[in-house]
Design a protein around this ligand. Structure first.
Ligand code: FES
Ligand code: FES
Length: 151
């Protein structure tokens, strides 16, 4: 099996995997970074969102071979103490319900604010559009992003 060098949360890892294994399964099954969730496996739900070179990407759609050499950040690496502004705002607004989608929501929101520190309602709706929450926490997510933009 081929090996790949991955930089994840500022640590270097060498993993063995088939060329077409998705980054999602390497994160979860090989490296034990289970904060990144499997929802649909086809890029439709956003539960598996991570940052790749600072941009929000679906780890279920990214093959491990494509991820090699890129800077990958998962929810575990977003902040040391869980105190990234988005995480603080999430707590303040008590956003999660079941929680399953929330790592993906937070990673998408964090990437949005990194690229656009003062997003309009429309910007937020556009960026978060592909992240599905079956519990319907969308209103709290939007308010939390607005709060995080001020932190
Ligand atoms: S699991 Fe990747 S988008 Fe749904
Ligand atoms: S909080 Fe349950 S799916 Fe989003």
């Amino acid at each position: 099996m081929p090996t790949f060098n991955l930089k994840i949360n500022n640590e270097n890892h060498t993993v063995e995997a088939d060329m077409d294994t998705s980054l999602l399964w390497v994160l979860r099954d090989t490296l034990g970074l289970v904060g990144t969730k499997y929802g649909c496996g086809i890029g439709q739900c956003g539960a598996c969102t991570v940052h790749v070179d600072g941009n929000a990407m679906r780890s279920c759609l990214l093959q491990v071979s494509q991820a090699s050499g890129m800077e990958i950040t998962t929810i575990e690496g977003l902040s040391k103490e869980g105190d990234h502004p988005v995480q603080q705002a999430w707590l303040e607004h008590d956003v999660p319900q079941c929680g399953y989608c929330q790592a993906g929501q937070i990673m998408t929101a964090a990437a949005l604010l990194k690229n656009n520190p003062n997003p309009s309602d429309k910007d937020i709706e556009g960026a978060m559009n592909g992240n599905i929450c079956r519990c319907g926490t969308y209103v709290r997510i939007k308010e939390a992003i607005k709060t995080a933009s001020k932190l």
